[in-house]
Design a protein around this ligand. Structure first.
Ligand SMILES: [Zn+2]
Length: 140
């Protein structure tokens, strides 16, 4: 048998549905295990189990903290902010002026509640201080 100068098995990076037999060059359906021309075994083994999936989980919060990047906390307050913006938008519709003022006040209060809750309450709770005592929060 001649030494293998071509790749022993088919090119897995080829996205087409056909593969070229490394030995005779016949285009064969990708899902067929052997070449139909010369019976060459195209695939290493159909009995091998696939490799276990790699655990590529990344703790982005810890990574951002390590890099000194400020992430906003996971929060439901943005939905409240959007609700406030909805009422503010309704107040922009030319209704009766009393209705518009009431809608603007309701929307403004909901919007401010959301902004204060998100930026001043949850964010401060997640990042107690950005001052030199940052070593105290590394302990966890
Ligand atoms: Zn072949």
């Amino acid at each position: 048998m001649a030494p293998a100068s071509k790749p022993r098995y088919v090119d897995l990076t080829n996205p087409s549905l056909t593969v070229e037999c490394p030995r005779c060059g016949l285009l064969t359906a990708r899902f067929v295990d052997h070449c139909r021309n010369d019976g060459y075994k195209l695939w290493p083994s159909s009995m091998d189990l696939p490799a276990p999936p790699l655990d590529l989980t990344v703790d982005y919060a810890a990574r951002a903290h390590q890099l000194g990047i400020h992430l906003f906390p996971n929060s439901n307050y943005p939905f409240i902010i959007c609700l406030g913006i909805l009422f503010l938008g309704l107040a922009a519709i030319p209704f009766d002026s009393t209705v518009r003022i009431v809608l603007a006040v309701i929307g403004g209060l909901i919007f401010l509640f959301g902004v204060i809750g998100w930026v001043l309450v949850e964010d401060v709770r997640m990042f107690p201080s950005e001052s030199p005592s940052a070593q105290a929060e590394v302990e966890h």
